[in-house]
Each structure stands twice: as C-alpha cells, then as structure tokens.
Ligand binder design. Structure first.
Ligand SMILES: [Zn+2]
Length: 322
C-alpha cells in the first residue's frame, strides 16, 4: 500500500468517514465529540436492519497522536467492510455481509485528531529521528530545560512552558492539554464512556505503537495491568484472544511477536491505570496492541498490516459461535 492510501491525518480521515456515513446510512452510525478545533469520530458499522441484541460487538480505538499505523489499519478495515475493497482498491477477503449481519463493530480510528494534525510526519519509519528525538515530538520539549517534556494526565499552558507541544497531548480548551489514554476529559474517554453506556461490547481492542528499544520483537499483545485481579472468565477469553493474534502475527513475514504479557507498571503508574481503566477492565475483555514505531525494521506498511491483523483476528473471533 503506497503513501496515497496512508490515511492518518484528520484532513484525510474526516472526509472519508463522513463520505462513508453519507453513502451507507443503513450500515453506519457516527458519534463525535469536539472539545476544541477538531472533531473526534467513532464510526459504528453494522447492518441496521438486523436487531443489535443477538450481535457480538467489538470496540477498536487509537488514542495516541504519535501512533498513526492503528488509524490507517482501522481506515483500511472500514473500507473493506463498507466499500468492499481495501483503500488501494484490492477486493477484500472479509466475509463482509456476514460480518455486518452478525456483529456490531465500533472504530475510533483517531481519538486525538488535534494532536495528530500537529505531527510533522505522516508516519515514523526510523530513518530520520533517533528514539529520543521521536519522543520529543511525541511528548514535547520543556522550554526551561530543552529536555523531553514530562508525561502527565493533564497540564496547562498557564503553568508550564514548552517550546514544542507534544503530539501525544490533546488540546481540550484554551489552556489545557490532556494525555488521551489517562484523562477522562479527552475525546478518547468521552467517546468510550458514551459508547459503553449504549452497547455491551464483548471485546475492546486498544491500538498502540511503541519503539521496542533494545528488543528483537516488533509486536506484542499487552494484557491489562491489573491482570492478576481480573475475573477468571475475562482472563480466559483475553488469554485465548491474545494467543490468536500472536499466532496470526507469527505467520507474517518480518513479524517477530513477543509472547503476550501483562502491562508491567507498578506503584503510582499502576494506580493511575487502575483508577482510569479498572471498571472497564473488569467489565469486559480488553487487549492492548503494541506495534513497533520509528524503527527501520518495521516499515510503515508492516506497521499497518500488523495492526490490521490484530483487528481481523478480533473480528473473526466474534464470528465463531460459542
Ligand atoms: Zn500509545
């Protein structure tokens, strides 16, 4: 897939999402929030002539502005489900009519279009920036020290001085920026709270990217940080689901998956996640996809394909009755 079909920035994703909603009103439903000057969309895809009750449901979301491959993967799957072909015109191999009939799939392809719009690059392939330079784009630069700005749930321009605002952060008003994955004021959490109040999802797949510094791997499924406290039923489903995605990755050329493991935060960081995510983790199976970012070993199209494989396996699991 060439760069023409790399739909990651809001000026590329927004018109496409609106076009799909216009073309396919019987198969789509849009939700949106607009905290500042960009709109974040959730697009739900299902055959609306079939009642939702018997359908299996999955939510897919991309919270971070500096992690574009998950966005492109969501857009390419949406294209297959709605237009019947990939963004580059290749006919889909998905059984789309059955998927539309039997499942309800919600995608938040880019939960932080404000941050993404500030990205100097369409993708991060490791050819231009070191990891530290990349992380300065992601989290910003502290004007007082010239160092990478801290990672916090929210900060205000009235209290901090930055010489570069990180693209991971989302501006939600005149003076406030939030980390979408950590603050309930983000478009990400606002959409999730709205959607989970309406639908009982069977699965939630959170699509991320990380650099895998010093690791030979380039993809992994992370289990929730409070894994050891989760109900056995949820752990059993999540474990099998994580294994299925990892198995699919193992069959892909140039993929080197790390076995599934729980997110390793402890202490205050763990408490943070527990507070923001605990209720969601306990309500239904949730996995985090991490695909390598900013490294020559994992070029952009491979980043997209690894992310897309995780989505496809998740959809296939919904189709297997039982
Ligand atoms: Zn992330």
């Amino acid at each position: 897939m060439t760069e023409r079909f790399w739909l990651a920035k809001p000026h590329q994703t927004e018109p496409k999402i609106l076009e799909w909603a216009r073309k396919y009103p019987q198969w789509t439903h849009l939700d949106m929030v607009r905290p500042w000057h960009h709109t974040a969309y959730a697009i739900t895809v299902t055959d609306r002539d079939v009642p939702d009750e018997g359908k299996r449901k999955c939510l897919f979301a991309v919270p971070h502005g500096h992690e574009p491959a998950g966005t492109v993967a969501c857009m390419n799957v949406l294209s297959q489900l709605l237009d019947g072909c990939e963004l580059d015109g290749t006919p889909t191999t998905l059984d789309r009519e059955r998927i539309l009939r039997e499942t309800l799939l919600t995608f938040i392809p880019d939960a932080n279009p404000e941050g993404r719009s500030r990205s100097p690059e369409d993708w991060w392939d490791g050819s231009k920036y070191t990891n530290e330079e990349f992380l300065k784009f992601a989290f910003g630069i502290d004007a007082r020290t010239g160092e990478r700005f801290k990672r916090v749930d929210r900060w205000r321009t009235t209290e901090e001085r930055v010489s570069l605002v990180g693209i991971a952060y989302e501006r939600i008003d005149e003076t406030t920026y939030v980390e979408p994955n950590r603050d309930w004021g983000s478009s990400f959490f606002r959409l999730i709270h709205l959607l989970t109040a309406r639908h009982r999802y069977d699965q939630f797949l959170d699509l991320h990217q990380t650099e895998f510094e010093g690791s030979p791997h380039n993809c992994v499924i992370l289990l929730p940080v409070i894994w050891d406290e989760l109900p056995q039923a949820i752990r059993a489903i999540s474990q099998a689901w994580a294994e299925d995605i990892t198995t699919a990755w193992r069959q892909m050329e140039n993929a080197n998956p790390q076995p599934p493991c729980a997110l390793g935060y402890t202490g205050q960081q763990r408490a943070y996640f527990e507070q923001r995510w605990g209720a969601l983790y306990r309500a239904y199976p949730q996995l985090t996809v991490e695909v390598q970012n900013n490294h020559p070993r994992t070029p952009p199209d491979l980043q997209r394909r690894l992310s897309e494989a995780a989505i496809r396996v998740s959809v296939e699991r919904l189709m297997v009755k039982g």
